[in-house]
Design a protein around this ligand. Structure first.
Ligand code: AMP
Ligand code: ZN
Length: 476
């Protein structure tokens, strides 16, 4: 067994993974709030979780994986104020809440599958389908004396936990409630958070439930504590989310669960860094939101987005540009092309040396950039028979999930088939020289030379097509 090293946000160091139970990993990934499509930043969080899961499987673990679907209670401000995102999503689109939830949950599942994530292996509990469990959880906190009531809900008193804020070493003493949020004067401490919120009479919510404290709805954090406990038990191995969840959401989950169970909730907390677009935080107000749908509409394969994600380490902030995605698609196209057109259909041997190096990289806190670089070392290695390359790549792809196991001519064509044509003026100089040279050869009927130049362009990732009014160039 090779050791697995994971960067643990709890304690902020790389640690060797030791499962709670031999051969089994329990993992909870904070899931989407289904009031809108998931943007590419959100999708990074789930591709990260998927690669993590595949890495555990590669190390022969059985994995129990849970991703919650937040369909109530997540307010527009994480500080328990503002509108419920789901209710405001329904208002925005002038439809019933149930319709919003269904539409965006379906879209999420669809995105996941397009990114080569096997949803059949994952449990997706919904907050609205686990209301009694959440109420019981709050009742237990109540009995243990951790709660208090205000005019708008039942709150958790964070001052009763000496270790509150331990994840990411949040300095709770210096913490002020978000500057933009009006202070809730009834809260005893700025870090206290809602467990149950009362429906406001003027609000006319579509989703609300009876509870021992009054009609209302659960706070956002309690669903994760209640549903992870129900499906995975009091203590779990791994819990993930984006870095934005460290200060508030995940510290609150810890406070709730550990107050109920008296035991350490999670052994390994792992967090992915953010994706930015045009160097800025993805935000509606900036107008830079990119969805998977946009990626596909521009002629890219979702697998190219997955490849692009993996070229950066999950703990590195990564800036999305269409040029970067173009580069990822060109690389992935080349990989599939090698695989389908050169390496044949016959299985060979998995090369031990490459397999070892690959295994070390992914066990080292998911070093996917190194694993990707290794792919290219392998393809270039002339000492390895083609069928062995094929089998070794398939081995790598068990973790990377770049679709090689279902690669075929059609997928290669899809990857090459970026609809968008490039204007000759916008081509890099070196490419333009080749295109012009080829056009000259063609005009003087030197077709052999023209074909050679076409091949050369192809090697560089450009496809040329002759049209009546001249050559048309597209990126492969
Ligand atoms: P939400 O639907 O807002 O609860 O977010 C779903 C997941 O996406 C959470 O794990 C977030 O931490 C994560 N996330 C949100 N924005 C980004 C981003 N720009 N880059 C990476 N992860 C993100
Ligand atoms: Zn959560």
């Amino acid at each position: 067994m090779k050791p697995i090293l994971l960067q643990n946000t709890l304690g902020n160091k790389k640690e060797e993974f030791v499962p709670r139970k031999d051969g089994v990993v329990t993992m909870y990934n904070c899931g989407p709030t289904v009031y809108h499509y998931a943007h590419i930043g959100n999708l990074r969080a789930y591709v990260f979780a998927d690669v993590l899961k595949r890495m555990f499987a590669y190390n022969s673990y059985d994995i129990k994986q849970v991703i919650n679907i937040t369909d109530v209670g997540h307010l527009t401000s994480d500080a328990d104020e503002g509108e419920d995102k789901i209710e405001s999503g329904a208002k925005r689109e002038g439809v019933k809440v149930k319709k919003i939830i269904k539409q965006y949950t379906d879209a999420f599942m669809d995105d996941m599958q397009k990114l080569n994530i096997n949803i059949d292996e994952i449990d997706f509990p919904r907050a609205t389908e686990n209301i009694p469990e959440q109420i019981v959880f709050i009742q237990t906190l109540d009995e243990k004396g951790y709660t208090y009531k205000t005019s708008d809900g039942i709150y958790f008193d964070t001052s009763l936990r000496d270790d509150y804020g331990k994840l990411g070493n949040i300095n709770t003493k210096g913490l002020e409630e978000g500057a933009r949020v009006e202070k809730n004067k009834e809260k005893k401490n700025p870090t206290d958070f809602a467990l149950w919120k009362f429906s406001k009479p003027e609000e006319q919510r579509q989703q609300e439930w009876d509870s021992p404290w009054g009609v209302g709805f659960p706070g956002w954090h309690i669903e994760c504590s209640a549903m992870s406990r129900k499906l995975l038990g009091n203590q779990i191995d791994v819990h993930t989310g984006g870095v934005d969840h460290i200060p508030v959401h995940h510290n609150n989950e810890i406070a709730q669960t550990e107050s109920v169970t008296g035991k350490q909730f999670v052994n390994y907390w792992m967090h992915n860094e953010f994706i930015t677009v045009d160097g800025q935080k993805i935000a509606k107000s900036v107008g830079n939101t990119v969805f998977l749908k946009n990626v596909i509409d521009k002629g890219f394969s979702p697998l190219s987005l997955r490849y692009w994600f993996l070229t950066a380490h999950y703990r590195t902030q990564s800036n999305f540009t269409w040029e970067a995605l173009e580069g990822a698609q060109t690389a992935l196209f080349k990989l599939h092309k090698h695989f389908v057109e050169e390496y044949g259909a016959k299985d060979g041997e998995v090369n031990k040396e490459y397999k070892n190096r690959f295994h070390e990289f992914i066990n080292d806190d998911l070093d996917t950039p190194k694993a990707i670089a290794l792919i290219w070392d392998l393809t270039k290695d002339e000492g390895i028979p083609k069928e062995d390359k094929r089998s070794t790549l398939l081995e790598f792809d068990k973790v990377l999930g770049l679709g090689l196991d279902h690669s075929n001519k059609k997928l290669v064509d899809l990857l090459s088939g970026r609809g968008e044509k490039l204007e000759l003026g916008k081509l890099p100089k070196t490419i333009k020289v080749l295109v012009d040279e080829r056009e000259k050869a063609r005009k003087s009927k030197d077709f052999e030379k023209a074909d050679k130049l076409r091949d050369k362009l192809k090697e560089k990732g450009y496809e040329i097509e002759d049209k009546e009014d001249g050559p048309e160039v597209s990126v492969l």
